[in-house]
Design a protein around this ligand. Structure first.
Ligand code: MEV
Length: 316
């Protein structure tokens, strides 16, 4: 038996952390992917390293049918990915999504939504308390708002947003998603009303109106407001704030962290690709210092109203 699966990286535009507590979030599926190839046929096992150890801890989370299939054969596993690891672009969800997609081929009687459920359950190994949006974006496509995040099933609505361009930067992470989600949980216990109101405001910003013109201004304004709320929750870092400030000075309309925070991914909304190139150059130049001689990574993506395109890597 040979099974293969694929899932994508993601970018949360609005509502990260809020969505863990039932508020809305909006995100995009990125044109980056993780592919998994599972093979149990001795004669077809390629002469490459068996990466079974990468997926082994995820198997018990994926339910009894997957566990049965896992124990039935001696699996040879290959994983390939261009999703950057541990930086807020959904590498763990892309891995669990690709794995769930592969197992679903071996369990054809399972309902389609069980693919997401398997991926979501396995994501617990990494995050403890995932909302499910990362795995839904990993397995889905497009620009969508999650209205009711529950552990049973997510309700999504696609967004009607006219074209925009964005710079996605990646800084080293200082804390894991699990730690940052726990940090917000702790704040909810110690300062319940103030924290809940910040999360509710983040959720409100995630419900986008239909935008037919100059979407970057609407998204940029909302991003600046969201970033202030995320800072107040203690999720940004000085390096991230400095990168965003450099991008805004270079002409970006607005920006914010994306994902769990603590460094990692951030997004700056720009008018067009020329302006995005300026912004990307400014944030990468700004990141180089004596303490940090390596420039951060920045990528440019354009949303054409229907599909997200990779418009280049200005650091190359
Ligand atoms: C992480 O990409 C997004 C968080 O909202 C966690 C989650 O939704 O599971 C921080």
């Amino acid at each position: 038996m040979v099974l293969s699966g694929r899932a994508h990286g993601k970018l949360i535009l609005f509502g990260e952390h809020a969505v863990v507590h039932g508020f809305p979030a909006t995100g995009l599926t990125l044109p980056l992917s993780t592919r998994i190839h599972l093979s149990c046929e001795a004669d077809s096992i390629p002469k490459v390293e068996n990466q079974a150890g990468v997926i082994k801890p995820l198997i018990p989370y994926m339910g009894p049918e997957v566990l049965g299939l896992w124990h039935e054969h001696d699996w040879h596993v290959r994983v390939k990915s261009d999703v950057p690891m541990s930086c807020g672009l959904g590498s763990s969800a892309a891995l669990t999504g690709a794995l769930a997609h592969a197992w679903a081929q071996g369990l054809p009687h399972l309902p389609a939504q069980d693919t997401w459920r398997m991926a979501h359950q396995a994501e617990r190994y990494f995050h403890g308390q995932p909302s499910g949006v990362d795995t839904a974006l990993a397995l889905g496509q497009g620009l969508v708002t999650f209205q009711h995040a529950t552990t049973s099933m997510l309700k999504t609505e696609s967004c009607n947003i006219s074209p925009f361009t964005m710079v996605v930067g990646i800084l080293p992470r200082t804390q894991s998603t699990r730690t940052l989600v726990n940090h917000v949980n702790h704040q909810l216990k110690t300062e319940h009303d103030a924290t809940l109101s910040l999360l509710a405001e983040l959720g409100d910003l995630a419900v986008l109106p239909s935008v037919t013109d100059e979407a970057w201004t609407v998204l940029g304004d909302r991003a600046n407001q969201a970033q202030i709320l995320l800072q107040r929750l203690g999720l940004s870092t000085p390096a991230l704030d400095h990168s965003l400030a450099a991008g805004l000075s270079a002409g970006a309309y607005g920006g914010k962290l994306s994902g769990a925070g603590g460094g990692g991914a951030f997004v700056l909304f720009c008018q067009d690709t020329d302006s995005a190139c300026e912004v990307a150059r400014a944030v990468t130049a700004h990141s180089v210092s004596e303490q940090n001689p390596c420039p951060l990574q920045a990528h440019i993506y354009s949303w054409d109203g229907h599909i997200l395109h990779n418009s280049g890597d200005p650091t190359l």
